[in-house]
Ligand binder design. Sequence first.
Ligand code: GLU
Length: 417
Amino acid sequence: MPELNNAFEIAQKQLDECAAILQLDKAVHQMLRVPMREIHISIPVRMDDGSIRVFQGYRVQYNNAKGPTKGGIRFHPDKTIDNVRAHAAWMTWKCALLNLPLGGAGGGVMCNPKEMSKPELERLSRMYVDRMSEVLGPDKDIPAPDVYTDPQVMAWMMDEYVKLTQRSQFGVITGKPLAVGGSAGRSDAAAMGAMYTIRQAAEEFGVPLAGATVAVQGFGNAGYFAAHLVSSMLGSKVVAVSDSQGGIHNPNGLDVEAVRKHKAQTGSVVGFQEAESIAHEDLLALEVDVLIPAALENVITGRNACEIKARIVAELANGPTTPEADAILNQKGVHIIPDFLCNAGGVTVSYFEMVQNAYMYYWDKDVVYERLDRKMSASYQAVLNASKRFSIDMRKAAYVVAVLRVIEAMKLRGWVY
Ligand code: GLU
């Protein structure tokens, strides 16, 4: 049988395994298996040359039993509705696992932002909100950045929503720039959250982090901050990083800031002087203590999982490991910090941003980080405990904890019995 690579089928398969462990009632299982609501829109955008292009956009509101739905919007040429569904499902489990009073959602536009000008991106972002405005709101569904969307895109979207509703509801979107209601610490929150979970894992498994070797796949928002924090906060050594063009490797450690500058100048990490180039597959197979996939889905597969030598795989990307690879890694005794635990720092600080917007009172960065650390570390421990109690791997354990919380809310609200 060919390996599953459809992200939503993977998300459903993971849920099915959890349903079997918990012996879930059929109706409950079915409710959790499909999105509650999805919206498909066409978005006409005037391009700089005067022509009109029509883009396809989505928003999937997966489950709102625990509160308004929350999740990022991705701009990507290969974005399919199934990627958005998977993201929305994972956001549901992520918010429940972190004990946030939120449900899960995901959004996307099929476009190539690298080929669009800033004014074109602004018109696209505003039109997305125009077409979606009835289903968005601080008490309905709150978008945020994801792959290839950033604080500027969030500011345009927020502004459009405020204009449409004639009310300064800044909390409709998170991941905004600081000057317009963003939270301190939001931009590196996902990476920071991952560091807190890596610390917990390293302690549990006796891996000393000072001087430990780390490879990071991806050098976008998440990947760059992760590489930066691995060296500046954990005192570990980043020996390899990559981006969509390829990877670079230096066994003595890379100067992450110098790599960032090189990428800002040339558009890629490739060609960085003090390193050798390395293929994506070889980066994954490096002999390192920690591997951080921080790019897209399905990079660790049944084909390459047996090559992985890292002791800890910290999944900063959403869905980087296929179920086939999962089984292989678990058998090899690799400790996986599963995606919706490892990368939950982003949405957790998004939630803090919503709270600050509602109170109109903003916290200092160290307050944000301290509260983030507490939430991430407690969630890691909850997953570890479930993994020991049920004798299951960390991903299944994360599902068990999250799914039970969503079911509790659905039962209390009388949706299921
Ligand atoms: N896109 C991020 C994620 O996958 C953040 C979502 C949010 O902040 O709502 O977790």
